[in-house]
Every structure is written in C-alpha cells, then in structure tokens.
Design a protein around this ligand. Sequence first.
Ligand code: ADP
Ligand code: MG
Length: 547
Amino acid sequence: MERPASVVKELIENSIDAGATGIFVELEQGGMRLILVRDNGSGMEADDARMSFARHATSKISSLDDLSNIQSFGFRGEALAAISSVAFVTLKTRPASQENGAEISYAGGAFKTQKNIGCPPGTEIAVRSLFYNTPARKKFLKTEQTEAAHAISVVTHMALAYPKIGFSLWNNGKEIFSVPHNSLLETRLAALLGSSLIRDFIPVHFTTPSIKITGFVGTPGAHISSRRHQYLFVNGRDVSDPLVSRAVLDAYGSRLPGRSFPVFLLHIEVSPADVDVNVHPRKLSVKFLEPSRIYRDTSQAVSQALDEFQKKLYATPQAAADSSDFFPQAMTAKFQPEQNALFEREHSALRSASSSTFSAHLLGQVADSYLVIFEEEGLALVDQHAAHERIMYEKFKAQELSKQPESQQLLTPTVCDFLPEEKTFFAQALPHLQKLGFEVDEWSGGTLAIHACPSSLARENLQKILKEIVHDLMGESAKKDPLPERILKSLACKAAVKFGMPLSRPEQENLLQEINQTPNSATCPHGRPTKLVITFEELERRFYRKK
Ligand code: ADP
Ligand code: MG
C-alpha cells in the first residue's frame, strides 16, 4: 500500500468481489484525509466483518480453481489488515438478509469498537488519515493534486474494466464523474475522459481465429499530447503496453499531427498461452509471445476502423454543409472530414470562449496544407509548413543563444542505430545538437541512446528526425551554410508540421498566433514566402469590376 490510490484500488476490488453493481468513492484531499468506498454488494455478517481485518482472512479460496487464480493475482487476503494498520478505519456492513448491520472500527492496526447499527445493505469502508502513524511513508506522498490524480486514474481504469458496474467519484465535495451501471461503453468513455474534445469514438471490431480486438479509438481530430487516455485490457486484465500504443499510433499515421497521441480503449483477447501477464510484480504489463503479430493485428484493426469512419463521412457530404454557416460551401467541401465532424463543437467553444482577433478572421485549412485568412485588404494564404518551419527555426535559434536550452527528459532513452559513415556526421553535429537541448549517450556498436531532446520536438519521431538531419548534412545541397546553421534549418524542417497534414482548429489558431509573434515571419528559413495575399483590389480587377 503505497498511496491513497492503491487503497482505493483494493477497496474497489473488494466491492467488485462482493458482487456490487454500484460503487461510490468519496475522497478528501485526494484521499490523504479520507477515502470512503460504499457498495451495494453482499455485505458481511458481524463476525465475518470483524474477521476481515485479520491477516489471511480471505474467504475467497473455496476451490482448487480459486487457488490457481490466487497465484496469478498475487498474494491475497491482506488488504484490509494492511490498510487498518496505517489509518483509522470504520467499516459499516450489512447483508441484505440481516436486519441489522455492524459497525467496526480499527485504528493503527488495533481493534477499537464494534456495535450494531442500522444501515443499507452492502458495505461502506472509510479510511481516514492514511499513514498517520508512519510518518516516513507519509513523507512520500505528493501534493493533494497528484494523489487525487492517481486515485482518479485508478477509478477510471476500474470503471472501464467493469462497464456493468456503476461508479461515482467525488473529491473535496465535488463530483469528478458518475457513470450509471450498464451504461454503454462509449458513453462511459466520454464521461470518464471528461474532455470536451474527446466525445466521438470509432468502434473497433477485429477477429481472426487467434485474436479478438474490440473497443474504441478516438476520431483523428481528438488527440491529446500524452498517452494518458490509452486504455488496454488483455484478456480482461488492465495493462499498458508500449507495443500496442505504437501500433495504434502507427495506424493513425499522418492522420495525426506530430506530438499528439490518439485516445483508445481496446480489449485484446488471445489464447492464454500467447501472453504472459506475470512479468511485472504490479501486474501492469504483459509479454506477448508473438509481439510482431500483435503489432500487425492491432494496427490493422485500427486502420480498418479509421478507414470505415472516413468512408462514412465521405458518404454523407451533407454533414459538411451543415457543419457551419461560417464557411462558404465550396470551401467547406474540401475540408478534412474529421475536422468537419469536430468543427461545430470547436467552433462554438471558440465563439463563447475567445474573442481573439485571429479566430474571427481565420477561415480554416484547405487541402491540408494552407490556412485561409480573411484580412482587411484581402484573402491571405499561409503555407503551414513554411510558416511553422520559420517558427521552429526561430525557437531553436533562441534556444541555442540562451545557453540553457529547454529540454525534455525521456522516460526511457530512444535508441538510434547509425551506420559508421552516418556516425561521423553525427559526431560533428553532436556539440551543436547539445546546445539545442539534446542529451546523447553512446552505446557499443554504433548505437546511441537519446536521453533528452528539445522541448519543442516530438519525442516519438526522434530517431527518424536525427537520421534525417544526418542525411541532410551528408547531402551536397546544404553545404553552402555553416554547420550550425545547417543543423538549425534541418531540425526546424523536421520539427514543423508537414505540408498535407490536417490540423485541428485550435492548432490552426496556434500556428497563426505564433507566426505573428515570430521574427522574420515573411519567409521560411530557406527563403520561400510563408504567406501570400490576394487583395480585394486585385480580385476586383480580375473579375473586371475595376480597371
Ligand atoms: P481479499 O480481498 O484478498 O480476500 P481483503 O483484506 O481485501 O482480502 O478482504 C478481506 C475479506 O473481507 C474479503 O475476503 C471479504 O470476505 C471481506 N470484504 C472486504 N471488503 C468487502 C466488501 N466491500 N463487501 C463484502 N465483503 C468484503
Ligand atoms: Mg481484497
């Protein structure tokens, strides 16, 4: 038991074991002050309730089958004992068949009181002042917000793993979320993620004789900047797995802008012989016997789902026309379908939330490549790649000059293999890359481990970006610039959004806002213009309204 969230998890598991269909969780100060879990499960008779605090009191071993379950779930029968030894615990419980319930309290592992009470059927456990008697442990707790975030994440995972059970979660007197029992998984997902951006999901159904993959992935416009909303259940077990995350990300491919991650909830079912779930002591990760097959099947499952979604949107052009009165129809038709699906919501949020001068004039993105802006003198077209390239170039340049580049540490190093020839170029570039915020270790045999990179760079494509930079340096054409300048330009190019990449409305706005605050914004670092204006005057001339 290391933190409030782990207590929450144990208590919810007990409620689930007791057959509850509704579980109510109340926290104060992220659980540091109070964790209360109430369920409508089987309840306990008074004697059993008292016994439940004894170590190894588990009542769940009733057959040999159960014994093997226990093996795979780790050592059981200690949670209540452990919790009650480091907190003040009050248990109220009643089986439906009994008239009276029992209230039992423990403090610091010692039995305090027991009495008969009236209470609804089910069980309520309140855990107060966790770790009050183990200050060393208490010191490891983080801020109230962090502990709350961990606890919320635990309840979210449980609610997604058990869609038939209703969950309600409160912290400091405020409801965090509440999902009724038997709610549709899709509705539940939207409610739990609590993000206004992520409300639409694409169903995934993929079956072969050896694997079944089901669940939901977010629409391409509904991405976020971390993996925090990626939920994976393998044979019903709540796990996380970088391989599956990667497979989903790759299935989105260019449908997602850099530095963003799709949202998903996937259930993968494979034969128990194909997966090992015991590799991690906390049961969080899995080991697939055939990782490459899992990768292939997962990315195929997700690609298929995305393709079908796309087809459906194209099949109903009406949606595009309906989505807004803001765009001229002809222009709307060329928009990315997923943007149309999301546009209305984003647009109305925009209307209420911001009065930024840009958004009033930004008409949108066309051909996945240009931003169209309505300006005083006419219509402006911004080349998104060229503009972003300039933004990134100026950012990196400022970083280099600052002597204290902003870099992001990678949780696990990105491993990069170079050929001997590439390595000499990389070695030349390294001191300059370090000035920009890269941290690189050299492993044996030409393998490099990247531990940190500039904050403004997508961590996902690091290896690819570095390779491309090295190849740029090796190429003839760039040789007219001095090396640091070549590196800057190359990095800016790789870090910028691509020509032909759909951008969400907020991304479009950001881009415009940033380019307006960037020096030398008229051209990209290679000297191409970032923006063209067709003046109304010119339009009038070309329509022969004016000579
Ligand atoms: P385990 O869950 O591994 O058996 P615990 O210490 O978590 O061990 O719980 C001890 C026992 O207390 C359980 O086996 C169960 O009989 C009883 N118990 C705990 N929580 C509940 C609950 N919410 N409803 C009914 N019985 C419970
Ligand atoms: Mg338990």
